[in-house]
Design a protein around this ligand. Structure first.
Ligand SMILES: Nc1nc2c(ncn2[C@@H]2O[C@H](COP(=O)(O)OP(=O)(O)OP(=O)(O)O)[C@@H](O)[C@H]2O)c(=O)[nH]1
Ligand SMILES: [Mg+2]
Length: 256
């Protein structure tokens, strides 16, 4: 299913930036986003979701939002997780195209226009793809990269479509698609859950091969053990959903 094209050149694109204890990297991020605003033709609005940070993240974001009309901040009073932050961002976003990006710039925010162009043309989700065969080699912890690649490989097999990366936050969505996707995960697995549910509902997903760079500031928030457990649950849920879909289509064929 490919939706009708939308024109977002005049409307700002909302970019959700989930943040949890990212004070160290914020100055670099904010100056790159400011450059994007002045260099490109697209108008961007950045919606930061501070997820109960215990460092100076929220104070720094508030200062930035006071100075710049294109920055907005919402806050969770406690740490609820990456999926919960994305859910809050989706609930606040009001534009035909909505993006999500990592606050640590491990995918360059300057690449967003490539994603939004494909969403404007009709793709419901456009994701950066570190595991696409055309992507340059990813940087970062070997164990985490191998796990991430393996998880995406299993989801690809289960779903049976040529999509290589399910775990990348760096995405553009059409807002009509966002309104039709309900996801349960509150942590990192939400990123894959959104994609899996969208694909099982027949949404069009496009990938943009992109190199994953290593984090330059602050520390990773991903806890490998928690992520493995969450993905195991999601794999089971996906297998059940795929099985139910196959049973339904077999039933329809028998009846027809
Ligand atoms: N709102 C919110 N954001 C989070 C949370 N955990 C991580 N993030 C954000 O989600 C993005 C991805 O988290 P990272 O810690 O960079 O995880 P990663 O990209 O898998 O790993 P590295 O880049 O190697 O550190 C970053 O922008 C984080 O600030 C959370 O609990 N709440
Ligand atoms: Mg990161």
């Amino acid at each position: 299913m490919t939706a009708d094209p939308v024109r977002s050149a005049d409307a700002p694109v909302t970019v959700i930036v989930p943040c949890y204890n990212e004070e160290a990297g914020l100055p670099a991020l904010l100056s790159r986003l400011a450059m994007m605003r002045t260099n490109g033709t697209q108008s961007w609005k950045f919606l930061f979701v501070d997820d109960g940070s215990s460092d100076g993240t929220f104070a720094a974001l508030l200062r930035a939002a006071n100075d710049e009309p294109w920055i907005e901040v919402v806050r969770h009073h406690e740490n609820l997780g990456l999926g919960a932050a994305v859910r809050t961002g989706f609930a606040h976003a009001r534009s035909p195209i909505v993006c999500t990006i990592d606050s640590d710039c491990t995918y360059p925010p300057e690449m967003l226009p490539e994603l939004t162009a494909l969403a404007e043309q009709g793709a419901e989700i456009v994701t950066a793809s570190a595991w696409h065969p055309e992507s340059a080699a990813a940087e970062g912890s070997k164990l985490r990269l191998q796990l991430s690649r393996m998880v995406s490989g299993i989801y690809k097999l289960l779903i049976g479509q040529d999509v290589y990366t399910f775990t990348c936050l760096f995405r553009a969505y059409r807002s009509d698609a966002i309104q039709r996707i309900r996801f349960r995960s509150n942590g990192f697995a939400a990123v894959a859950e959104i994609m899996l549910r969208a694909m099982l509902s027949g949404f069009t997903v496009k990938e943009v091969p992109m190199r994953l760079e290593s984090r330059q500031f602050g520390e990773s928030k991903l806890k490998v053990g928690d992520a493995i457990v969450a993905h195991m649950r999601l794999l089971i849920m996906t297998a059940l959903m795929v099985g139910a879909r196959q049973a339904r289509s077999m039933g329809t064929r028998l009846l027809g």
